[in-house]
Design a protein around this ligand. Structure first.
Ligand SMILES: O=C([O-])CC(=O)C(=O)O
Ligand code: NI
Length: 232
């Protein structure tokens, strides 16, 4: 499944999710691809939650999270909802949640990439490692004075603005996380969505390649799309 997704783009995945009723195409807005290995990132979410250091709802987890990162896992780091914002920069924590040493270890463990709903630092180190890293923004200060490790492999709630009203997405451990130059997309790990995507995407991509050929031969866009996507 992961090999399959890594052969396609996040747009191909969103096309499939739209077809199956996920109206935002699984897309997580506002993330920037700060570093890449040039290949579509695909893995199962291994989630990490940070909470405000003084948040009484969480005990600090000691010993870190990085050494247990599984080989097929995309590391997904988030903050508790109270530390998130609807508008840029999307978080109230200006310290960086993730840095170059974490990427060095994650690459060594063969994890395909990292998504941080917050700030990262050591930009050049991620780029030199050619690690796939997506984040809301950059920073310079380490996280420890302001946030504590509060959860590993727990659901992450991500607050997002949208018309007509804001909403919350929950990323569950084991969800499929796919990322490329367009951004980051999630396919739920429970249920049969991933399987349905696997069946639909190759057909849809083949059809769109024919649409492109038709257009290059002078066909009208709408008509070519209609003809080639018929039945899809
Ligand atoms: O020290 C930290 O908190 C994170 C960091 O810079 C690294 O992983 O390189
Ligand atoms: Ni560092």
């Amino acid at each position: 499944m992961l090999k399959f997704f890594s052969q396609y783009s996040t747009c191909d995945v969103s096309d499939a999710l739209l077809k199956f009723g996920v109206s935002n195409g699984g897309f997580f807005p506002n993330l920037t691809q700060f570093s890449s290995n040039g290949i579509t990132m695909a893995g199962k979410a291994y989630t990490v939650l940070f909470a405000a250091r003084n948040d009484p709802n969480y005990e600090e987890i000691k010993g870190g999270y990085i050494d247990n990162l599984p080989e097929d896992a995309v590391l997904v780091i988030g903050l508790t909802p109270e530390l998130q914002k609807l508008d840029a920069p999307y978080v109230k924590i200006n310290n960086a949640l993730y840095g170059g040493l974490m990427s060095t270890r994650a690459n060594y463990l063969k994890s395909p990439g990292t998504v941080v709903f917050g700030r990262i630092r050591d930009l050049k180190e991620h780029q030199d490692l050619q690690r796939n890293v997506f984040a809301y923004g950059l920073g310079t200060a380490a996280h420890a004075p302001v946030v504590k490790l509060a959860g590993i492999n727990v659901p992450l709630k991500i607050t997002l603005d949208s018309h007509p009203e804001p909403y919350q997405e929950t990323i569950n451990p084991g969800d499929y996380i796919i990322g490329d130059e367009n951004g980051v997309v999630r396919v739920e790990g429970s249920g049969d969505l991933a399987q349905k995507c696997m069946e639909y995407i190759p057909k849809r991509v083949a059809a769109d390649q024919l649409v492109a050929q038709d257009i290059q031969s002078g066909a009208k866009c709408n008509e070519a799309q209609k003809r080639r996507r018929a039945g899809l």
